[in-house]
Design a protein around this ligand. Structure first.
Ligand code: SAM
Length: 297
């Protein structure tokens, strides 16, 4: 609670609350107040009442999906750790998701440990970010996350290929947060998404942090790296799900437009032609004919 109050005392957070939350229907905010006081963790995720709702949504849905596919463990990754606020938030949320679902969550972070590398050119948005921005208080952070998450230090391009060879197929990747700011760094991150299909859930959630500011666009930064990836990898697609917003109770939050679906089209799950289930039967209220419930997972 004190953490929440501290967040609300920051000007940016108030801006967010006013522009993204209080512009939502009044009755939904009243219901949210009750959910905040009495609601379960799952309800709080649905009502965007968890700090960094993108993490809460991503982890909970990845864990639910993993369970459906028969996994007891998943892996999640944050690219760009800096002083670890995002990573520590992921640790706290992962604990709650594990309590809720029983799915164990392995957490990794990637960072130089020394702040931003040199930008290559305008595509890295040097107007926003500078070499050495976002350094890390390494000792303090390591002490706090010990045994809960692992940070892999160094330039991502040097570390990601080794990481790929060690991904456990029993704990597929279900959520990735990309918060490395640059086009060039995002290109390095997206090498991960070329790993063997079974290293991932067939639908993996990817949060793109750096796409919402005025100078961000399709020809620079994270979005450029994503569109190049999609062009080069026809059976791996990172796409914005156009109905995602419709599925959320609160629709104005930025994160709803930053959460992408990573479709692993060459995943065996997506080509399994012999599914062992009863045929779906559609009902017809005009004929008073009831079918069975259609369940797409
Ligand atoms: C905005 S900060 C991350 C903030 C963090 N996610 C949070 O929630 O507090 C971006 C980080 O990305 C890291 N980074 C950017 N490019 C990188 C690269 N090519 N290799 C490793 N780390 C990189 C920087 O060191 C920096 O700490």
């Amino acid at each position: 609670m004190s953490f929440l109050l501290k967040r609300l005392s920051q000007k940016n957070s108030w801006n967010k609350v006013f522009k993204q939350r209080l512009t939502e229907p009044f009755h939904l905010n009243v219901i949210a107040l009750f959910v905040f006081i009495f609601g379960s963790f799952r309800k709080k995720v649905a009502y965007d009442l968890v700090i960094r709702p993108q993490h809460a949504f991503g982890l909970l849905n990845a864990a639910d999906q993993a369970k459906l596919r028969g996994f007891n463990e998943i892996t999640i990754i944050e690219f760009g750790v800096a002083n670890g606020a995002g990573l520590m938030n992921l640790i706290a949320i992962a604990n709650k998701v594990t309590k809720e679902t029983g799915v164990k969550i392995h957490i990794y972070g990637f960072d130089t440990g020394e702040g931003m590398p040199e930008p290559i050119d305008y595509r890295d948005h040097p107007e926003y970010y500078n070499t050495g921005d976002f350094p890390m208080n390494k000792d303090l952070l390591e002490e706090k996350i010990k045994g809960k998450a692992t940070i892999i230090y160094g330039p991502i391009k040097e570390k990601v290929s080794h990481f790929i060879t060690n991904i456990s197929k029993n704990a597929p990747i279900g959520f990735v947060s990309i918060d490395v700011d640059y086009y060039s760094s995002t290109k390095e991150v997206l090498e991960l998404l070329k790993a063997e299909a079974t290293c991932f859930l067939p639908l993996t959630y990817v949060y793109l942090d750096d796409i919402f500011m005025s100078h961000h666009n399709e020809k620079c930064g994270e979005m450029l790296a994503v569109s190049e990836f999609n062009e080069e990898q026809p059976r791996r697609q990172l796409s914005y799900h156009r109905f995602f917003e419709n599925q959320r109770i609160f629709k104005n939050a930025n994160w709803v437009k930053q959460l992408y679906y990573f479709h692993v089209l060459d995943h065996p799950y997506r080509s399994d032609l012999k599914r062992d289930r009863k045929a779906y039967v559609l009902d017809n209220p005009y004929l008073k004919f009831e079918g069975n419930k259609k369940q797409f997972d």
